[in-house]
Design a protein around this ligand. Structure first.
Ligand SMILES: Nc1nc2c(c(=O)[nH]1)N[C@H]1C(S)=C(S)[C@@H](COP(=O)(O)OP(=O)(O)OC[C@H]3O[C@@H](n4cnc5c(=O)[nH]c(N)nc54)[C@H](O)[C@@H]3O)O[C@H]1N2
Ligand SMILES: Nc1nc2c(c(=O)[nH]1)N[C@H]1C(S)=C(S)[C@@H](COP(=O)(O)OP(=O)(O)OC[C@H]3O[C@@H](n4cnc5c(=O)[nH]c(N)nc54)[C@H](O)[C@@H]3O)O[C@H]1N2
Ligand SMILES: [Mo]
Length: 800
């Protein structure tokens, strides 16, 4: 895809320290960049405060006692992005055809600013033209009624509030469709599938106080400084208390190494930074199952050795290792004995609470160290070192992100995290829990109120009783199923509640062609993106209020609510003047479409739009335990804690136990064919100047990249071996599912501290490479963190 912006790259040394002056300075620059007036910066004083608004960037926890400024660089960017004074108004759309806008980059499209008025695409002029809200609703309703509900897909991006999300899923179901794909399908779906099998929790069990109560953190596959920077405060406090932080990540990420807190003047002045990770293990991407098996093997064999030592003491024989290979396990066991402990593993916990331990332990014992080393990229000593730290800790918090979930074996990655936790009872006690760091600010909450393609996860009987309709029982489409249906022409209409579906999904080039065949595309959005510019035969672009804006309805200004990563619900009040007087709120738009479409169901749509507390009453009526006294408690400091049974060691699995689930392989079977050329395993990353497909600017301060995103990070040895040099332009082609050539061109080679055999590029630039079928079998999460690719010098390279 060609881009309008010129990217003039410079690649410097990467900054190993996150936060600090760089972050503080950028906040001012950000407000300036978005043309936010001075008054806008005072907004930030209310950011993530109990009486304020909840950040529209990430989903990280909102503490009951917030810092004076409970925002981060990324939160400030997301705020400025939404309250910007830039406008994509009538004049803008009159001046540009969509064919022309197709040539624009993601950055340039969103850079135009907030959408101001409802629009319909005119095929004669190839422009989005103003339309009245009523006309829009009427035609959308008419079109939807003419299409079978099975052929309509209702996508949700993870930002929409609980109120909006509840209304949206209800509308889809009364209409007759369970096709509710969401961004979560590309994100933590592996968690939503894997954790219920392991411990009966659909979400992580961790809460904020676990950071104060743990003595060790295993930090896997999450880039805290960019993706959830406020968590750095929690990590810093933990590190200052002496908590051991053991990190597994192929890249040495700033923030996981050192952090300067921009809110602590002493640190700013002295430049003193806190070391975050006590151990940093650069696992190969896709090598986590092997790495964690190595850690578990070390623990299990040390436990065996300790038992043998105990037995031999009783029988009076020597505790010396019977085979030399066992020496490490014996030394490890001796360190545990010296600490006056009887076991390496928590056998009481295992016996009382779990099933499947024997099979898991046998498999771990059987795994060969050499194979674990080869697949993980770590040494045996490193895995044993991680195991030792783990065994000497009493409460371990497991934290993970996309580097584990977005894999062909994503669900099994999640199982391995749980397996490791269960070995020492590290679930459901203070400081010891599993923290699945969610992405979008309400992505977790949307599932809680029914945004899911899986009818089994929704109280259909309750919905039927409350709204007098017969909900569809068939399994709906998840994101990759929706892509497939669009490609095969089975999906006729797409309704998008936020997001940028076309850019976020795999195989983007092929998807763009298929997308044009939709009969109807309806996009509810705040800013223009590629999923709007490419469109169906009939296309609507409906602009909505953002969460930061004052939402005035019949009963006065409204509040909405969200759920954080640690399963707490929080109220949020917008404070900014709406970007345009023609905007409607998301609930009002959904109600408008619903009323124009539905011929059944009894829902007081207008009453709900007039007063959102009535939507919350309806949510509480649907989920009485989860949302008890919702309206009364939604603004309580620290939020409303959602009941998560596993947190109390109640295992709501099929067998009422926590389960060790043994992955049958260490690494996915990937057919890389017999083509010539070496294969590297690609992972995709976010830069610190982006929020998903929203590109704030070209660069990544933390990885030393300026002026471009079109880069491929490589290990020095690989660069040499492939006959390349830094700065070369290369083309990347997909090495699996080679039926069709998938290629991206002219990526600049950047030397980076990444294991040999691995490489990394930015999302969404690399998405055309990902075959749709390359996903976890059960969760269908695309394998965005592992794709075999081949690299070749591009024709444009200066050397050619
Ligand atoms: N500023 C900003 N904040 C965001 C977002 C954003 O785009 N920008 N996006 C939001 C969303 S929707 C989400 S889901 C989250 C995403 O937040 P993260 O979970 O942090 O996801 P990524 O940024 O994709 O990177 C994941 C990390 O995993 C590492 N990694 C890659 N492959 C592997 C692997 O195979 N194994 C291991 N152990 N590690 C690996 C990468 O080096 C990287 O550090 O952030 C949210 N917050
Ligand atoms: N290769 C690769 N691909 C990935 C990933 C990866 O790591 N690697 N990550 C995946 C993940 S984790 C996710 S979550 C998806 C993200 O996929 P999406 O959620 O679909 O994408 P976003 O970029 O978050 O959506 C941005 C758009 O949302 C709209 N928007 C913003 N705020 C609002 C609002 O308040 N209301 C409404 N109605 N619209 C709004 C704006 O128009 C903006 O252009 O991408 C996935 N794709
Ligand atoms: Mo996400």
């Amino acid at each position: 895809m060609s881009t309008k912006s010129k990217q003039s790259p410079t690649i410097g040394e990467n900054a190993r320290t996150a936060g600090g002056w760089g972050a503080a300075r950028s906040v001012g620059e950000i407000l300036l960049r978005e043309h936010v007036p001075r008054s806008g910066s005072s907004m930030l004083a209310h950011h993530n405060k109990p009486d304020g608004y909840m950040c529209v960037s990430c989903a990280w926890a909102k503490p009951a006692k917030p810092h004076a400024m409970e925002f981060c660089e990324e939160g400030a960017k997301a705020t400025a992005w939404e309250i910007t004074t830039r406008r994509a108004n009538r004049a803008f759309f009159a001046a540009h055809t969509l064919q022309e806008l197709e040539q624009w980059s993601d950055h340039d499209l969103e850079e135009q600013g907030r959408l101001t008025h409802p629009m319909r695409w005119n095929s004669a002029t190839d422009r989005y033209e103003p339309v009245s809200w009523d006309e829009a609703f009427d035609e959308i309703g008419r079109e939807l009624r003419a299409i079978s509900p099975q052929q309509v897909d209702f996508y949700t991006s993870g930002r929409a509030s609980l109120e909006t999300s509840y209304m949206y899923q209800l509308f889809a179901r009364i209409f007759g469709s369970n096709n509710l794909p969401d961004s979560s399908n590309m994100c933590h779906e592996s968690t939503s599938v894997g954790l219920p099998e392991s411990i009966g929790a659909t979400v992580g069990t961790a809460i904020l106080s676990d950071f104060q109560n743990c003595d060790c953190i295993f930090y896997l596959a999450q880039n805290v400084a960019t993706s959830s920077p406020r968590m750095l405060h929690d990590l810093q406090d933990a590190a200052d208390r002496g908590v051991k932080i053991v990190t597994f990540n192929p890249l040495r990420e700033a923030g996981l190494e050192r952090f300067i807190n921009p809110q602590m003047p002493s640190q700013m002045l002295t430049g003193r930074s806190t070391s975050i990770s006590s151990e940093y293990f650069q696992v190969k991407n896709g090598g986590d199952i092997a790495a964690l098996f190595g850690v578990c093997k070390a623990l299990i064999e040390a436990d065996d050795a300790l038992k043998a030592m105990g037995a031999s003491k009783v029988s009076g024989s020597d505790a010396a290792p019977d085979k030399p290979d066992n020496a490490a396990a014996v030394a490890f066991a001796a360190s545990i004995a010296a600490a006056d402990k009887k076991h390496v593993l928590d056998h009481d916990f295992i016996n009382t609470h779990t099933l499947g331990f024997e099979e898991f332990a046998e498999t771990a014992r059987r795994h060969d160290w050499a194979e674990l080393e080869r697949v993980s990229g770590l040494t045996r000593e490193q895995m044993i070192q991680a195991a030792r730290i783990y065994a000497h800790s009493e409460a371990v918090l497991m934290i993970y992100g996309m580097g584990l979930t977005q894999h062909v074996m994503g669900v099994q990655n999640v199982h391995m995290v749980a397996n490791l936790a269960l070995l020492r009872g590290n679930v459901g006690k203070p400081g010891a829990n599993i923290c699945a760091v969610r992405g979008h600010s309400n992505v977790q909450g949307q599932r809680t109120v029914g945004i899911t393609e899986k009818p089994a996860l929704v109280p259909l009987d309750k919905l039927s009783e409350l709204y007098q309709f017969d909900p569809p029982k068939w399994e709906g489409r998840s994101t990759v199923d929706t892509c497939k249906a669009i490609m095969q022409g089975e999906a006729r209409a797409f309704v998008g509640l936020g997001g940028n579906f076309l850019r976020a999904v795999p195989e983007t080039d092929a998807m763009e062609e298929a997308w044009r065949k939709l009969r109807l595309s309806v996009q509810i959005a705040t800013k223009l993106n590629r999923s709007h510019v490419i469109h169906g035969e009939i296309a609507y672009l409906l602009p909505c209020l953002g969460r930061l804006e004052i939402d005035e309805q019949a009963s006065g200004p409204q509040a909405v609510s969200i759920e954080s990563s640690v399963a707490h619900f929080h109220g949020s009040r917008g404070r900014a003047k709406p970007a345009s007087h023609e905007l409607l709120s998301e609930p009002a738009i959904i109600a408008g479409i619903a009323k124009a479409t539905l011929t059944r169901g009894q829902v007081p749509w207008d009453e709900w739009v007039g007063d959102y507390s009535k939507i919350r009453d309806a949510i509480e009526a649907t989920y009485p335990e989860t949302f008890r006294d919702f309206n009364k408690r939604m603004f309580q400091p620290g939020g409303i804690s959602r009941p998560v049974p596993a947190r109390e060691r109640k295992w709501t699995t099929a067998n009422q136990k926590a389960n060790f689930i043994t992955p049958q392989r260490l690494f996915p079977e990937l057919d890389i064919g017999s083509d010539a050329g070496e294969v590297l395993n690609l992972t995709t990353l976010r830069a610190n100047d982006q929020f998903n497909t929203t590109i704030y600017a070209y660069g990544d301060r933390y990885r030393g990249v300026k002026g471009t995103r079109q880069v491929v990070f490589m290990n020095e040895e690989d660069i040499l071996r492939l006959g390349l040099k830094e700065g070369d332009l290369v083309d990347l082609t997909t090495a699996i599912h080679v039926v069709k050539m998938r290629r991206v061109m002219n990526f600049k080679v950047v030397r980076h501290d990444i294991p040999a055999g691995c490489c990394a590029a930015y999302y969404p630039e690399a998405n055309p490479l990902f075959p749709l079928a390359h996903h976890d079998a059960k969760a269908k999460t695309p394998s965005y963190k592992l794709l075999p690719v081949r690299l070749s010098l591009s024709a444009q390279s200066s050397r050619s």
